[in-house]
Ligand binder design. Structure first.
Ligand code: ACO
Length: 329
């Protein structure tokens, strides 16, 4: 039997502070009805000042080690999908290795916006199937409140903060990651971008605080790309693996918009009870959405379940992953 990379533990970390739609009504020209009908979001979590992504990621690593009954010293690698790393450098992975006591591990950050967790998961898979690593933690998380303008109603109502992660280990029982389809199209960059802050547009005293230093999204255009591509790539992975809607036990979609999730589930022929949805509580946590769903639904997942993960994000980046769940919790 070939070795595959299987998820063997999941953990999540969300800030305690809740930012509700009614809180946002006091900050920008918006209302609860608009936000709920257009996105499905009722509230999101926001970090308190001083809490960083590496703090949330450290909680995730500690939670995973506790659940799995292992020491952080046994972790070989930590890979972090994010667009809101603590600093430009060192990487957030670097900081999490140190803060969590995973001092035998190495790693790095992966930037793929809302597809960050899928990109990271498939990167981690390679280190397991090659035999180079036995225990890889992949984390998806973002502190979107650090790059969103709370004067821009187009973006501030959508995003939230949070992180989740999974432990990947070798599996010889036929469970774990079976297949993936990963995509990228950089021609989509102008539709969803944080323009300033990189080497092309460094932040300087002239542009500090201008809209270019925050997330910009042309929502309607991104919606069209997202709804088509996320549904297409999910249908494609089912076809490639001869799966019907009946065969799929769970869809774990990126939580950007309830309408995009519904369209993907319909295209896959899935009933609502098979779709993990928690967008109403957390909003769009960018790289955090998929592992936060796995964390919330962990108790309902059963060994051998057919699970499809799907995401679409800035870049553009998108993809789907088909895996067989490897444990009962
Ligand atoms: N409250 C009230 N009205 C608003 C708000 C708000 N918060 N935001 C926009 N509006 C207004 C607009 O100004 C517009 O008014 P107009 O018709 O007078 O011009 C109207 O509402 C409709 O705006 P749209 O942008 O067309 O609204 P839409 O139905 O497209 O919903 C949304 C916007 C929710 C952003 C949607 O387009 C969407 O979900 N897009 C895709 C998001 C996505 O998938 N992103 C990728 C992942 S994120 C990542 O990678 C980091």
């Amino acid at each position: 039997m070939n070795i595959s990379a299987a998820i063997t533990a999941v953990h999540g970390s969300v800030p305690e502070k809740v930012l509700s739609n009614s809180d946002l009504e006091k900050m920008v020209d918006t209302n609860d009805e608009w936000i709920v009908t257009r996105t499905g979001i009722k509230e999101r979590r926001i970090v308190s000042e001083g809490t960083t992504l590496s703090d949330l990621g450290t909680d995730v690593v500690k939670g995973i080690c506790e659940k799995r009954g292992i020491s952080p010293l046994e972790i070989d690698m930590i890979i972090v999908g994010t667009v809101t790393s603590d600093h430009r450098f060192p990487s957030t992975s670097n900081l999490i290795c140190h803060k969590s006591g995973a001092t035998n591990a190495w790693g790095y950050d992966v930037s793929a916006a809302c597809s960050g967790f899928l990109y990271t998961l498939i990167t981690g898979q390679q280190f397991i199937v090659s035999g180079q690593c036995k225990k890889v933690i992949v984390i998806g998380g973002d502190i979107m409140s650090s790059i969103v303008s709370y004067e821009d109603r187009n973006t501030c109502v959508i995003f939230g903060d949070g992180a989740g992660g999974v432990l990947l280990e070798p599996n010889d029982e036929g469970n774990g990651i079976v297949d993936s389809i990963m995509k990228a199209d950089g021609s989509g960059k102008d539709y969803l971008i944080q323009k300033a802050g990189g080497s092309a547009f460094p932040v300087n005293k002239e542009n500090v605080g201008t809209p270019e230093t925050f997330v910009y999204q042309e929502g309607r255009s991104v919606f069209k790309f997202a709804v088509t591509n996320m549904a297409d790539v999910s249908a494609e992975i089912m076809e490639k693996n001869n799966l019907t809607g009946e065969d799929v036990d769970w869809l774990v979609p990126h939580q950007a918009n309830l309408r995009i999730i519904d369209a993907t589930a319909n295209r896959m022929g899935l009933t609502k009870d098979k779709v993990m949805i928690n967008i109403s509580k957390y909003g769009n946590t960018t790289s955090g959405t998929i592992p936060l769903c796995l964390w919330e639904w962990e108790n309902q997942l059963k060994k051998g379940d057919n699970v499809v993960l799907a995401a679409f994000g800035g870049g553009f980046t998108w993809g789907s992953v088909y895996l067989k769940w490897a444990y009962n919790s």
